[in-house]
Design a protein around this ligand. Structure first.
Ligand SMILES: [Zn+2]
Length: 74
């Protein structure tokens, strides 16, 4: 991910960094309401990240949950 691919909500951004650090792929598509997604390549599971979550800290927790579930896949 390059600069400009940051999520505007810092809690979500931090969770995306943790996902990346765990070996998951973070893809910024930037289409409409959708910010992008977090993908676990080995099992092809995907978590969709929205641009403006109702509750950024809950969204961050969901991303962390996804990361924990998949950090041992790779
Ligand atoms: Zn997985």
């Amino acid at each position: 991910m390059g600069i400009g691919d940051r999520h505007q909500k810092k809690d979500v951004e931090a969770a995306l960094r943790r996902a990346e650090a765990a070996g998951l792929k973070v893809i910024h598509t930037g289409k409409g309401h959708r910010w992008g997604c977090v993908v676990c390549c080995p099992c092809n599971d995907k978590y969709t990240v929205v641009c403006t979550p109702q509750n950024p800290s809950e969204e961050a927790k969901d991303i962390d949950r996804f990361t924990r579930r998949h950090e041992n896949c790779a």
